[in-house]
Design a protein around this ligand. Structure first.
Ligand code: DC
Length: 234
């Protein structure tokens, strides 16, 4: 007779990378919830450390000052896909990290190697401790953070589709200006892809999924099928 331990699926690590507006967060959360896995939004961690720098009066363009402070804030991520949480030194920052102020500064902070070292370490610990496995979304997960992930997905979409999706997430005046949203996304992509330390990049062994013509449900279904195929082979 087989034991429960032998029949339970092994922990599975899924890396989902790609630029903003490709449906990364919605897809990652839904896939994790469907498969009973944990979920980690690594962009939220970079946003949280950026929020802390701004709140503590650190000039984010001063890479030395940012590097010196990188180890100070205690960032804690809750990995339930139905209710992901993020705190800094015990304060819930899930709202403040989505402001325009943080969004416009996060690329500068996340380009600092000392910041990436601290956050990468945190991400690896969280992934290693996820009992049933985890879906980790970001920019460098498949290439740098978890190069041995069981499955790597790289999501893309056309610039027009991405801007339209991002505008839909913003409220009021910000949402109305599609051209400005597209320009801001292009600027952030250029900074995130052009930085020296672990830039936004597709891993050689990642499956690329262009989501431009797909509904969210179709993308979720596609990723769930890919995870299940991996589990069957393993
Ligand atoms: O996914 P997001 O838009 O919330 O990410 C915010 C920023 O964080 C993004 O512009 C670049 C940075 N980031 C990163 O450098 N590496 C990651 N793994 C995730 C995000």
């Amino acid at each position: 007779m087989e034991t429960a331990a032998r029949t339970a699926p092994a922990a599975v690590i899924v890396a989902i990378d790609g630029p903003a507006g490709t449906g990364k967060s919605s897809t990652s959360k839904a896939v994790a919830a469907k498969l009973g896995l944990g979920y980690l939004d690594t962009g939220a961690q970079y946003r949280a450390i950026t929020w802390w720098m701004v709140a503590n009066g650190i000039d984010v363009e001063d890479a030395v000052a940012v590097a010196d402070a990188a180890g100070k804030p205690a960032i804690v991520s809750g990995t339930d896909p139905v209710n992901p949480t993020i705190t800094v030194d015990g304060t819930d920052v899930s709202g403040p990290i989505r402001t325009q102020e943080v969004t416009s500064r996060v690329s500068a902070v996340s380009a600092v190697p000392e910041v990436r070292a601290v956050i990468t370490e945190l991400q690896r610990t969280i992934a290693a401790e996820a009992p049933r496995g985890i879906v980790v979304e970001g920019r460098d997960i498949g290439t740098t953070v978890l190069p041995d992930a069981d499955l790597k997905i790289f999501l893309t979409a056309s610039p027009e589709v991405r801007a339209a999706r991002r505008s839909g997430e913003l409220k009021g005046k910000e949402a109305a200006d599609l051209a400005a949203t597209q320009a801001a996304l292009a600027k952030r992509d250029a900074l995130d892809s052009g930085r020296k330390t672990s830039p936004l990049a597709k891993a050689d062994d990642a499956v690329e999924v262009d989501t431009s013509e797909l509904t969210l449900d179709q993308v979720i279904e596609c990723v769930v099928t890919l995870v299940e195929e991996k589990r069957t082979v393993a």
